[in-house]
Design a protein around this ligand. Structure first.
Ligand code: ADP
Ligand code: MG
Length: 251
């Protein structure tokens, strides 16, 4: 990708994902909330980018505009695709095929077992045969250590296990972006560390994917290769760091 002239903080001019003057304003009950203020960034694949900030700083909004769950002003480009110019149908395709989400509350389909949850995401995102879909889903459940429990329903899994199914679901569809919003927010430290390890392993395995993990927790931010600090919807700082393996964390 050619160099992009973006004003404001940059990580790399050769980034796969660029944001240029991204703003998100909510109007609610006569109030104006400026959730993202003129954000310009360029992000590289193969890295774990942590977005760190207190509650209300715009972390979820940032992930949601990147994943086309929410709209914004400004320009966002993912590879060659300018997502801020896509129509509704194109956005749905982008979201299904290019974005893997891991949410705080897992968001698994309760009537599907672990395998079916992952298969469903693969089916929506790709044109694999039935057998290939099952193989892909099984492979990813194996990667997250849940092969033995692949026929369990979400209600039969712990929070940490459900989140690892969600991680398998997000990655099995082969996304360009892996977007993780406080993925350990509902988990014990032990289970949280397992989930973060799974995410770190996926980053290592897939240099073509950009992974963004949102947290309010400084300790968790240590697993990132890059930390972007958000404050009141603005980028406060961007720092590269030597990441710490999730197993070594405590919080
Ligand atoms: P964080 O994830 O860092 O806690 P959010 O991105 O959720 O922050 O929110 C940033 C700001 O935008 C907050 O002030 C929040 O109340 C506001 N906000 C987020 N989503 C909406 C919405 N759908 N409607 C109105 N205000 C919103
Ligand atoms: Mg949030």
């Amino acid at each position: 990708m050619s160099a992009v002239d973006v004003k404001g903080p940059k990580i790399s001019l050769e980034g796969m994902v660029t944001l240029e003057h991204v703003n998100r304003v909510y109007y609610m009950g006569g109030h104006t909330i400026h959730a993202l203020k003129d954000i310009s960034l360029s992000l590289e694949t193969g890295k774990l980018v942590v977005v760190l900030g207190p509650s209300g700083s715009g972390k979820t909004t940032l992930l949601n505009v990147l994943g086309a769950i929410d709209k914004c002003d400004g320009k966002i480009t993912v590879s060659d695709l300018e997502i801020t110019r896509l129509n509704k149908k194109q956005l749905t395709k982008y979201r299904r095929e290019k974005c893997g989400f891991i949410f705080q509350f897992f968001n698994l389909l309760p009537v599907y077992n672990a395998l079916e949850n992952v298969e469903y995401a693969v089916e929506l995102a790709s044109k694999l045969s039935r057998k290939e879909t099952t193989n892909r889903a099984t492979e990813y459940l194996r990667k997250v250590g849940l092969y033995e429990k692949r026929h369990h329903f979400p209600s039969q899994l712990s929070g940490g296990e459900q989140q690892r199914v969600a991680a398998a679901r997000a990655m099995a569809k082969n996304p360009a972006l892996l977007l993780c919003d406080e993925p350990t927010g509902e988990l014990s430290v032990t289970e949280g560390k397992q989930v973060l390890s799974v995410i770190q392993n996926m980053v290592k395995e897939r240099p073509d994917v950009l992974t963004i993990l949102v947290t309010h927790n400084q300790k968790i931010a240590q697993i990132g290769d890059v930390v972007i600090r958000l404050r009141s919807g603005e980028v406060d700082s961007i720092e590269k760091q030597i990441s710490i393996p999730a197993e070594q964390l405590s919080w």
